[in-house]
Ligand binder design. Structure first.
Ligand code: ATP
Ligand code: MG
Ligand code: FE
Length: 350
């Protein structure tokens, strides 16, 4: 089975060709970073126009990279939500047009399910597994029982963790997007233990997260330094922030592991996914936790953690294998929680 996947839910325009033998035949991502940088964040209208402008060309490139024509495809999958609605509409309409013209099945993929199933594209990960989904708009711990079967153990009660990285980067004057820039600054820190930050939720019952207090604490340190940071201040603060996030994640994951084991004594892996899963300090912290707990740990390669279309094509394949497709009347969804019983997620899209 060969599937074309499209991703347009935020500020990456992406197209990929993936097979059910877990082969990524093409994977092209165009970041709109330069379009949004002057505004310090993603501007939805600019994003939608940029998707419209670039998507056709990216699809052509992906098909050429894969060495196939439209006649070789078995299906088309596109992110159907959650995300910035203008962009999602561009991807969904494009996929529907190809599906209609070529009489192919169409699959509307939940972007979060794309992140959630990526580990099964890159590694042998059987269901069930414990998933830490950490991205620009989400921060959740989920038990993945199967395709389309998610049980949420915890979520953020305020900011998503990627959002916290982005806001902290802004406070530190590092620019956008914050995650990779905070990581780089932290790696340069000469005195990473210099600043003490509160560690929200650590030791509390449950598996929820909170990041707004941490962000406020960073702001207070910036103000105490007179609002003018030296490079050393900036790097040390970035290191403190990143280390605190990793500690909080490890604490919440340790609790979730206990709950997971109660429900699934036969075992399962700890999987991390989403843009923030590209953070090497976080990956290392989770790897050591998993080792201590005797649980396998799986983290997709960095470029498959941040937004891409290979994960969308793959999630499409997982659904097609179950005989699931979507009608061409599918309406793009700005909000689309993975766990249908979950209360609406606070934060950005989703
Ligand atoms: P969602 O998937 O929730 O809809 P999104 O698609 O916008 O949100 P992703 O592309 O999955 O988000 O992740 C982007 C986020 O990941 C940004 O907030 C970015 O700062 C963060 N991020 C990317 N790389 C790193 C890194 N190395 N360290 C920490 N955070 C990172
Ligand atoms: Mg992005
Ligand atoms: Fe994402």
């Amino acid at each position: 089975m060969i599937v074309l996947g499209l991703e347009t839910s935020c500020d990456e325009t992406a197209a990929a060709v993936v097979t059910d033998a877990r082969e990524i035949r093409a994977d092209v991502v165009l970041s709109q970073l330069d379009d949004h940088t002057p505004y310090g964040g993603v501007v939805p209208e600019i994003a939608a126009r940029a998707h419209l402008q670039h998507l056709d060309g990216l699809i052509r490139r992906a098909m050429a990279d894969a060495g196939i024509g439209f006649g070789d495809l078995d299906a088309v999958a596109a992110t159907g939500g959650p995300g910035l609605i203008g962009g999602v509409i561009v991807g969904v309409m494009t996929a529907k047009a190809i599906a209609a013209a070529r009489d192919l099945p169409f699959v509307a993929v939940n972007h979060l399910e794309g992140h959630a199933l990526t580990a099964r594209l890159t590694d042998d990960v059987p269901f069930p597994y414990l998933l830490l989904l950490v991205s620009g708009g989400h921060c959740q711990l989920l038990v993945v029982e199967g395709v389309g079967q998610y049980r949420r153990l915890g979520t953020t009660i305020d900011d998503a963790v990627g959002e916290a990285f982005d806001k902290t980067a802004k406070l530190l004057g590092l620019g956008y997007p914050g995650g990779p820039l905070v990581e780089k600054a932290a790696a340069r820190a000469a005195n990473p233990g210099r600043f003490e930050l509160p560690r929200p939720m650590i030791g509390r019952p449950g598996c929820d997260f909170s990041f707004s207090g941490l962000k406020t604490a960073v702001r207070r340190h910036v103000e105490e330094l007179g609002g003018r940071l030296t490079d050393a201040d900036r790097d040390d603060l970035a290191a403190a922030f990143q280390a605190t996030v990793a500690e909080v994640m490890a604490d919440r994951c340790a609790r979730a592991m206990r709950l997971f084991r109660q429900a699934h004594p036969q075992g399962g892996a700890l999987v991390v996914a989403g843009g923030v899963a590209a953070n090497k300090a976080l990956r290392a912290r989770l790897a050591s936790l998993a080792e201590r707990e005797g649980m396998p740990f799986v983290a997709p390669p960095l470029r498959l953690c941040t937004d891409n279309a290979a994960m969308i094509a793959w999630a499409g394949i997982e659904r097609l294998r179950r005989g699931e497709t979507d009608p061409l009347s599918f309406a793009p969804r700005p909000r689309w929680p993975l766990d249908p019983s979950a209360a609406p997620v606070i934060g950005r899209a989703g």
